[in-house]
Ligand binder design. Sequence first.
Ligand SMILES: NC(=O)c1ccc[n+]([C@@H]2O[C@H](COP(=O)([O-])OP(=O)(O)OC[C@H]3O[C@@H](n4cnc5c(N)ncnc54)[C@H](O)[C@@H]3O)[C@@H](O)[C@H]2O)c1
Length: 268
Amino acid sequence: MNPDALGAFDLSGRVAVVTGAASGIGRASAELLGAAGAAVVCADVDDQGAAATAAQLERAGARALARGVDVTVPGALDALVEQAVSELGRLDVMANIAGIIVQAPVVDFEDDAFDRIMAVNLKGVFRGCRAAARVLKAQGSGSIVNMASAAIDTPSPGLAGYGMAKAAVVQLTRVLATEMGPHGVRVNAVAPGFVETAMTGRRFTAADGTVDETHRQAVLDAVARSTPLRTVGRPQDIAHAVLYLASDASRFVTGQILRPNGGVAMPW
Ligand SMILES: NC(=O)c1ccc[n+]([C@@H]2O[C@H](COP(=O)([O-])OP(=O)(O)OC[C@H]3O[C@@H](n4cnc5c(N)ncnc54)[C@H](O)[C@@H]3O)[C@@H](O)[C@H]2O)c1
């Protein structure tokens, strides 16, 4: 095989900012972008977790910075992007991955919970997109990757707030793709199916951190049974989608929603 054929995935000399980098999909994505050669700014409200991811990247030979950032704070993402540019020289990839889940039926959904999920999962992504787009537009190149969810395709009880925020992220992605395409900047989203992370693990993890292994296996088995590929996702499965969209391998792809979901939803 011609080794140059994989060069489109090479991120050497590129700079990536990843929010949600302390855990799960964000952490796996930060590590894979670093392994592909990017310098990575690992951002998360969990500053110790972000530092741990950055330290892991450095041990693996990548350049990495850690930043404690709450995506709901006005101006925080502008400052994050500015720091990436001032400390690492440029910005090429913005991966808006930080997210939370709040589950309640609509009849019980409190305003506070609704505001919180919109602040993180929608406004945080909007602000991350806007901050990055300003820099990337002037630069004339770059890729923005937003994290959506299979909840955009499959309505499930309790996921009104989460699903609304993720569906709005999809529309933000599509609109921004039309605005940024003429400037050489691509904007895409990833809509994963069930991935075992801290977010989904809360279903079978007690407050003291102990995991109910029987319940965990029952949940994973039930999800796998209802998935055509008969398995659940790993953070790395989603990181591979992020790398594809971040890299030149997807140079002709914008405004798209990539669905690493085991086949649970297959929209046209
Ligand atoms: N796990 C799944 O099955 C699944 C499926 C579809 C989509 N997603 C999405 O993938 C993304 C990552 O989820 P995950 O499963 O890895 O969860 P996770 O809980 O492991 O990671 C989420 C990260 O986001 C960070 N975060 C939360 N609020 C923040 C804030 N205000 N500012 C900065 N950082 C903040 C958390 O500290 C955490 O490190 C989320 O957007 C989630 O909605 C997850």
